[in-house]
Design a protein around this ligand. Sequence first.
Ligand code: ZN
Length: 246
Amino acid sequence: MTQPLDLLAIGAHPDDVEMTSGGWLALAHQQGHATGILHLTRGEMGTHGTPETRQAEAEQAASILGAQVAFAGLRDGHLHDDDQSVRVVVEQLRTLRPAVVIAPYFTCHHPDHEAAARLARKAVHFAALKGYHTEQAPHRVTRLVHARYSRHFEPSFYVDISLVLEAKQKAILAYHSQFQTVVEEDGKPLTRMSKPGFLDQFFSLSAGFGLKAGCAHAEAYLLETAPLVPDPVTLLRQGPMQHLIR
Ligand SMILES: [Zn+2]
């Protein structure tokens, strides 16, 4: 049996997790935590790339972030939180045994991302139940955290990703097929990601969160219930935006 994970990020399509939580994953790896990525599909409905190329890219991206990678084998464009899909994710959670799980936020422009959020929440619940039978032993996830996708929420906390920005960028760029800009070559249209300047625009978002959080770049996360803080003074004296007020 492999070592349990400290942090697992679940995404619908290869590249979702790298874009939304690549910074935290890189940072957690640097901090000595065992990290992993679970891609629910292989992104087989995507305009660019084949399932095989996207899987190879996902493996490359995970190795840049220092994370294990797993694929649930669910269908791109057809993600649902039905019983069969929940079972697949429960089995993955019981195998990978993460303490903290990152899932997408519940509302997003993409129905698969919304389904992934509901699927992760149900699977986290059922993975802990003795009465839910699979070949693996029950596993209790300590915390489910939601990452910011395309819809805004007021974050519960920010993660400073300034020192791991390069790793995050490299992990995103490992998805060569999604960044191809030569339209003539395959006759396929430019997607949002393959338009020139996309990455600069994309990283302006984490710079905006950084401005609010008091660092250069940050990722935003949501907890549905407030955490218990052992030393509130030490935590709260650090910010926010203390460096701007000084
Ligand atoms: Zn996606």
